[in-house]
Design a protein around this ligand. Sequence first.
Ligand SMILES: Cc1cc2nc3c(=O)[nH]c(=O)nc-3n(C[C@H](O)[C@H](O)[C@H](O)COP(=O)(O)O)c2cc1C
Length: 213
Amino acid sequence: MAQKTSTPHMEPRPPCPAAIPSTERKFHVLVGVTGSVAALKLPLLVSKLLDIPGLEVTVVTTERAKHFYSPQDVPVTLYSDADEWEMWKRRSDPVLHIDLRRWADLLLVAPLDANTLGKVASGICDNLLTCVIRAWDRSKPLLFCPAMNTAMWDHPITAWQVGQLKAFGYMEIPCVSKKLVCGDQGLGAMAEVETIVEKVKEVLFQRGSASQI
Ligand SMILES: Cc1cc2nc3c(=O)[nH]c(=O)nc-3n(C[C@H](O)[C@H](O)[C@H](O)COP(=O)(O)O)c2cc1C
């Protein structure tokens, strides 16, 4: 189920963001979160994005990502796989991954773990997030923030898969080198939240979508 949260400006929640009548159209940022330990930073990332004027944020999570944050710490609508299937009962019902790709002006996948990176690179779409990505309108920006253990990062398939995503026109926000949560030191940590938010702002400016920032 979409998580009910306590942010007043988002309530009452429609069943699907595409159903929101937009009198005052905001810029819609969809955040995809996957099962990297860096998903711990989801609440901080969402709150920093919400500090940008004129932005509306919705989150799509993988099941594994849920392990790393509490939904009550994420003050926006949060969709996961169950929502996709609960929403669709008959022909006239919304198909959530299609409505979300229509709703979103920008998709930010942060963190993007090795598993979902591999799926996206090869076109696999077996959950809500990968379906949104598979159906993504490539004229809109898609930013991704890889995050994985150094050994995974150093494997040659990673560079190949990241290159594949860039070839699709998606923008990498590169990982950084630091002591990882597992104790290893090296490349693979997700970019800092500040870096990610700055990149989002940069893209908004480039597209002339955030004159008031
Ligand atoms: C504690 C823990 C931390 C993990 N951190 C990462 C990570 O930072 N990067 C990564 O690629 N996988 C990480 N994994 C493995 C992923 O969670 C695993 O590949 C999972 O299947 C990803 O599913 P998803 O891509 O559908 O979210 C971690 C697993 C555990 C148990």
